[in-house]
Design a protein around this ligand. Structure first.
Ligand code: FAD
Length: 283
């Protein structure tokens, strides 16, 4: 760990946003972004609806971030896509000046057949590398608590390693509140030969029902003690937020002390919690 990291000053952070659905949402996000830029993020990323459902919004938000002078990463999911459609989108992203992608398989809403010419994110990573060489820094998703559809924990580790072998430069994790899962993931994947930086994804806690809903869907575990404490607060949002800030700041502190390369915040298009956590961390 370097001296800057130990003090928090200059510790690398990045922020994730989703494309807003309304003009009001877009205005609010612009304000949130300006507040978060005070932390000098390495980059800001924008999610991408599987099947290309948010492509316009994703690319529009990426364009705005680039125009604001900040490095932007576009998420890019391949489920349902063809080689030709991916090729065209890569050309668009390159022309926009995007240099970083988060390459994903994605999930189609239930009722849609998978279709498409890509089965897994590793196929997409290999295709991007073959088509565009080193034009993009490629991030992939990592799941310290195991992806919910994985055949087994071992198979999931192998799937992650396949993404690195296909050409990923680094990874961002699904969020977690149990840092042991992250440390074990790093050990296991390094043992399997995957050495790229793995940046923990951090989800600030703002609402207990929203967190439970997300976590059930994406397979992130809320430890029993956190779940029970959140439930006990009921509708007392001030206490939920205060507790959430304490828990997530402690997690980040622990991760940073252990020498993680950076922290990636799932901002949910809000700035307050991320700003406060970074303030407490001295970032
Ligand atoms: P993959 O790495 O392809 O893995 C998917 C599943 O397939 C896993 O269970 C894996 O074990 C299995 N698998 C992989 N390869 C093989 C193989 N060869 N044989 C058998 N099984 C295999 N979703 C969005 O829709 N938009 C976003 O913008 C978005 N951003 C995300 C950002 C991050 C940092 C993370 C962690 C997730 C994000 N997601 C996003 C969610 C993601 O799309 C889902 O978790 C999706 O189900 C898996 O995508 P993946 O790229 O991890 O898939």
């Amino acid at each position: 760990m370097n001296a800057a990291n130990a003090q928090g000053i200059g510790f690398p952070v990045s922020f994730e946003f989703f494309p807003p659905k309304t003009p009001e949402g877009a205005d609010k996000l612009r304000v949130a972004r300006q507040q978060l830029y005070a932390l000098h993020p390495d980059f800001c990323s924008v999610t991408y609806g599987a099947g290309g459902s948010t492509q316009e919004g994703t690319f529009g938000t990426v364009r705005e971030i680039l125009a604001e002078g900040v490095s932007a990463a576009s998420h890019f999911s391949c489920i349902g896509a063809t080689r030709q459609s991916v090729r065209e989108q890569l050309a668009t992203l390159k022309a926009m000046g995007v240099k970083r992608l988060v390459a994903l398989r994605g999930d189609l809403p239930s009722g849609y057949g998978a279709g498409g010419e890509f089965h897994y994110a590793s196929d997409l990573v290999a295709f991007i590398r073959a088509e565009t060489g080193r034009d993009f820094h490629i991030e992939v998703a990592a799941y310290p608590e195991v992806h919910p559809q994985a055949r087994s924990p071992e198979a999931d580790l192998e799937a992650y390693v396949a993404k690195v072998q296909a050409g990923a430069d680094s990874a961002i994790t699904q969020y977690f509140y149990n840092s042991d899962a992250y440390f074990r993931f790093i050990e296991d994947t390094q043992r399997l030969g995957a050495e790229v930086p793995v940046v923990p994804g951090i989800m600030p806690i703002g609402s207990s029902t929203q967190l439970m809903r997300f976590s059930d869907a994406c397979g992130a575990e809320i430890p029993r003690w956190i779940r029970l404490r959140l439930q006990a607060f009921g509708d007392d949002t001030a206490s939920i937020k205060a507790f959430g800030l304490d828990v997530v700041t402690d997690l980040c502190d622990q991760l940073r002390s252990a020498g993680v390369p950076a922290l990636h915040f799932y901002t949910m298009n809000q700035s307050a919690a991320t700003l406060e956590i970074c303030r407490r961390l001295g970032i």
